[in-house]
Write a protein of this length. Structure first.
Length: 306
């Protein structure tokens, strides 16, 4: 299945990116379209029934581009002879907000954009964060310079190349029979908010090993039957959520109290109510998050057992 923040329709143009002057020429073409972001949130047109990214032409952003001498253009990709770019206007006066166009919170607006535009937003947001964090070489500490339309930054001194990074996260619904495990992290200790267990995949670790380790660390349970479900780009800041189901082979929960404020078994009936937002006991993530779909597919009996 395709989640929100997936479904980016752009051709990322690996060949075009090799020609720096061509990217510059394309960026000034009347067909070029610019996504404007401020504080990592997109400029969105809210005049019509559904929300849409408010794409700008080169003429509309040329003044801003000429004032950004220290940064090169970030090229997102192409579609139907249009080239798409993103620019960050944090330091500019807010000349883009008006009665029809506003900067919307990325997470909140994503559910209201078309799937394609939420995918472009994910790419643009993660790119801006990476550029901001990679201004200096992690090997020698000197300045880096952006090339290939923003797909690489090279150190001005030692010439090391740095590439945009994506951090894989294993997220899993653990179940056994008619019950499943949901947890509440210390970071999200909102009353009644429970979700799937999750954690970053470690170096030298497979997805299956990460699922086993995270479930053990967060709940004390052992699992088998680890089955991949789907994945979701999650640009907060640059994760790839890898969704799995796993069957518990032990019952007793012993959770990590530093990381988790609660981990519990829930019945399918209770979780089904929570999906429909009718539970009086728990809230679970909405459809924007892969966790919602992992839970829902288990409730609907769609999890295969090896
Ligand atoms: Zn360096």
């Amino acid at each position: 299945m395709e989640h929100i923040f997936a479904g980016n329709p752009l051709d990322r143009g690996d060949v075009v990116r090799r020609d720096e002057s061509l990217i510059l020429i394309n960026s000034q073409n009347p067909n070029a379209r610019y996504l404007i972001m401020k504080d990592l949130n997109p400029l969105v047109n809210s005049e019509i029934n559904h929300l849409k990214i408010s794409w700008k032409t080169f003429a509309e952003v040329s003044e801003i581009l000429s004032s950004k001498n220290d940064e090169k253009i970030i090229f997102l990709g192409s579609k139907n002879k249009n080239d798409f770019f993103v620019i960050n206007v944090n330091k500019q006066n807010d000349k883009f907000s008006n009665s029809k166009e506003k900067f919307f919170d990325s997470r909140e607006v994503a559910t209201q954009l078309s799937p394609g535009e939420s995918g472009i937003l994910a790419q643009a947001r993660a790119q801006l964060i990476w550029h901001n964090k990679t201004r200096f070489c992690s090997s020698c500490g000197n300045k880096t310079i952006s090339y290939r339309g923003g797909q690489v930054r090279q150190c001005s001194e030692c010439k090391m190349e740095h590439f945009p990074r994506t951090d894989p996260v294993a997220i899993m619904l653990v179940y056994n029979g008619e019950n499943c495990i949901l947890g509440q992290t210390r970071a999200r200790q909102r009353k009644g908010f429970y979700s799937c267990l999750a954690g970053f995949i470690d170096q030298g670790e497979s997805i299956e090993e990460a699922v086993k380790r995270e479930v053990k660390e967060e709940s004390g349970l052992l699992v088998d039957n680890i089955v991949y479900h789907s994945s979701q780009p999650w640009p907060f800041p640059s994760s790839l959520m890898i969704g799995c189901h796993a069957r518990a082979i032990t019952e007793e929960i012993v959770f990590d109290e530093e990381e988790m404020s609660d981990v519990k078994w829930f019945s399918k009936t209770e979780v089904e109510l929570a999906i429909k937002e009718q539970s009086t006991k728990i809230n679970i993530p909405g459809p924007v998050a892969i966790a919602h779909h992992l839970i829902k597919s288990w409730v609907n009996g769609e999890v295969s057992v090896k």
